[in-house]
Design a protein around this ligand. Sequence first.
Ligand SMILES: [Zn+2]
Length: 229
Amino acid sequence: MALFQIIEDIVLKVVNVKKPRFIFAKSGGSLKKSIVQSVIAKDVHGMKTTISLWRDFVDRPKEGHVYRFSKLEVGKYPATKPHNLTTRFTTRISDVTNDHAEAFKEIGKADGKVTGRVLGISSLTEYKSCVNCWVKIEDDKMGCTLCTDPSKVKFFNDYRCQFQVERGEEELIFTGFRRNMGLTGDVNETTEDELNLLYAGEMVEVEFEINRRQNENVKIVHAIKIQNA
Ligand SMILES: [Zn+2]
């Protein structure tokens, strides 16, 4: 019986490269500091997966490029497919021909696009985020738990909100974060009102990403475009 399931050969487009981070991993009975980087990649049909890049593979794949990955290991997480993938010592990452890359030209960071009328923005919650990776800062003194030197990490005032869009009979709820909501001013108690002034009642095209959180699909606003009447 094989201990690991290996994918011999798969061509994927890297659509999102996360910051590398240090973690402590078990190695021969002791804990060893290691560097790992997550990237989000999609196949030619838009099926999305996360790849963990270890050590020498960190920073190799560039965002927006198509690669042939050989001998990736299939992870056990999440419990349902698609499982995360991870590099091994034997993994190889190589470029593909331009023709092959061309087949991926419609594949990008966004997982979908809808057009509808904005019902409103609600449930705006402020919090502090890491300037590097946007992860929520739980404790000012601890800093960012993902970044390589937590004590030196700076944070900024961030928020999340609910962005409600009506499309026909359907009411869609997206999660919006400050970085993609199109308002760059200071965050304060009027921010939700300002967002409603900007978007409520408008016809918009929303590009979104789908994130899995505890087996639930959460639609995250990636970009909002107001359609001119
Ligand atoms: Zn961070």
